[in-house]
Design a binder for this molecule. Structure first.
Ligand code: HEM
Length: 249
């Protein structure tokens, strides 16, 4: 991985054009040139490798684990899968899914939100520390206290979700079938250190999920039992299951 990242940098460095910055790597190199005379600078190659490796691992593992939950839940609840496919056929048809389709697809949007809520792939979040003395629910937390803000506590909160331990896309739908935004939907955490990839992740999940269900129906092999107990991993994945992807004609 590190070799791939550094190999990519060398190529980008050779093709660098300050007037045509293609991405984060180009922008980093330009800043590196600007700060050449400064010491110390944050814009050295080691930091670039760290930034790109971080983005790659934070972005790959999370979205693929969420999609794995999505496919397992579609196998488990074929009637929900059918309703998503109906909406895909109506709104997208045979076209390639675009992010713009999402606002016309409240049911699919609700299902994807519920996959993220139920999948709960970063249950204990990333640890933080208090930057000042805080009193929270009667407890005094001095500045510098190590805090683990459990996302499970909000994603499975019965005050916000009618059936917190069930997969229930209606959590994100009103009585007329419109998409219902929930302030307790926080799989990306909250505050200024919340996930920087949130918008990218939402876009990826919508495009991959709809493209997959547009072309395939996902089924468990005959007689297989589908277990929704989470497995153990860097993010919380579902257990491994065999899956049949039946082409939709
Ligand atoms: C389903 C997909 C994703 C989920 C559920 C998710 C969730 C999270 C969570 C819970 C955090 C911790 C926030 C906190 O400390 O309070 C986080 C941080 C972060 N995520 Fe994501 N993430 C996802 C996708 C992505 C993607 C696609 C990228 C980038 C390509 C990304 C990059 C990052 C980075 C760089 C941080 C650290 C932010 C910081 O410390 O300031 N994530 N993510």
């Amino acid at each position: 991985m590190r070799q791939f990242v550094t190999g990519t940098f060398t190529k980008y460095k050779d093709q660098l054009d300050a007037n045509d910055q293609r991405n984060l790597i180009d922008a980093f190199f330009i800043k590196q040139q600007e700060e050449k005379s400064k010491s110390p600078t944050y814009f050295h190659d080691k930091n670039l490798t760290a930034v790109i490796t971080n983005l790659f691992s934070a972005g790959m593992e999370t979205t693929s684990t969420t999609l794995r939950w999505g496919l397992l839940l579609m196998m488990k609840y074929p009637e929900i899968q059918k309703d998503v496919q109906k909406e895909i056929d109506k709104v997208i048809g045979c076209a390639v899914p675009q992010t713009e389709h999402r606002k016309e697809m409240p049911y699919t949007d609700a299902v994807i939100h519920e996959i993220q809520r139920f999948g709960n792939i970063v249950p204990s979040n990333i640890p933080h520390a208090t930057t000042q003395d805080v009193t929270f629910k009667g407890y005094f937390l001095p500045k510098g206290t190590y805090v683990i803000p459990l996302l499970t506590s909000i994603l499975r909160d019965e005050d916000h979700f009618e059936k917190p331990d069930e997969f229930y896309p209606q959590h994100f739908l009103d009585s007329k079938g419109n998409f219902l935004k929930k302030e307790a939907f926080l799989p990306f955490s909250a505050g200024k250190r919340s996930c920087v990839g949130e918008n990218l992740a939402k876009m990826e999940l919508f495009l991959f999920f709809t493209r997959l269900l547009q072309n395939f129906t996902f089924q468990a092999p005959h007689g297989a039992k589908l277990d929704l107990t989470p497995a153990v991993g860097f993010t919380t994945p579902p257990m491994s299951h065999d899956m049949c992807a039946v082409p939709r004609t």
